[in-house]
Design a protein. Structure first.
Length: 256
């Protein structure tokens, strides 16, 4: 597969790193790399097998709501600048341009479908990427792969993140800045390069699973509450979400 030519033009500078990143050591670690690859294969195969029934339900929901292809495919840059195709469950309408700006507010963006909002909140749209891990294009944990036109503007410092396989999850993916551009938060990836280990990978995987479960639970609870409101005509008290009870929080009949 082709490789992208990495330019040295100026990119958006990264923020100051609040963490101890060491010397950003991304030198080869043969024993660790082999162990990590074995773990990636076993873990990815297990996830794909266990989530197969759920994936079929997601595919059906996507097709019933908006028709068109079930999967979204986009070219990304992997280890050493190698180009590969990344796959996700499609969360936006089929006519949306493939390389359009990523939505910053899924609830207000008209391009995002109803099923897509739930998938994006929980991160479950990423499930097909475990096939990319089995192919060897990605790892379960690593820097998030960027699009080619962004990588072309990388600085030498930013290109360090291309020394390892990109990942489905990682420090940036579960950080408070995960809704901001990756190239503006390089310190997360550089931290991972300096401290990568199987123990760190396991910690990041567990935290990712917890965040995905909580997001899915909240998303489903919100949709159930809205459906009950439409059926019964009553508004859920705001104290349920805010934890503060006021006289205005009592259930009230909707006008009309």
């Amino acid at each position: 597969m082709d490789q992208i030519q990495l330019a040295t033009t100026t990119a958006v500078p990264a923020r100051k790193l609040p963490l101890n990143t060491g010397h950003y050591d991304a030198s080869p670690r043969p024993l660790f790399d082999r162990s990590k690859r074995c773990f990636d294969i076993v873990f990815s195969a297990s996830v794909l097998l266990l989530t197969a029934p759920f994936s079929l339900l997601v595919a059906l929901a996507i097709w019933l709501e908006s028709g068109g292809p079930i999967l979204f495919r986009q070219q990304r840059v992997g280890k050493n600048g190698r180009l590969f195709w990344i796959y996700k469950f499609r969360s936006m309408y089929p006519e949306t341009p493939k390389y359009a700006i990523t939505p910053t507010n899924d609830e207000c963006d008209p391009r995002v479908t109803r099923v897509g909002r739930l998938l994006r909140k929980s991160g479950l749209d990423e499930l097909p990427q475990f096939w990319c891990v089995l192919r060897g294009d990605m790892s379960v944990v690593g820097p998030r792969p960027e699009m080619p036109f962004i990588v072309e503007a990388y600085t030498p410092r930013a290109r360090r993140r291309l020394r390892v396989l990109p990942g489905i999850t990682g420090p940036w993916q579960i950080s408070p800045h995960r809704h901001e551009p990756i190239h503006e938060n390089l310190h997360y990836d550089l931290y991972y390069l300096a401290h990568r280990s199987l123990q760190l990978d396991l910690v990041l995987i567990v935290r990712t699973a917890v965040l995905a479960f909580l997001a899915l639970y909240r998303g489903l609870a919100h949709r159930i509450a809205n459906r009950l409101r439409r059926i019964t005509g009553y508004v859920i008290p705001t104290a349920v979400s805010s934890g503060v009870t006021t006289s205005a929080d009592s259930p009230r009949k909707l006008a009309g």
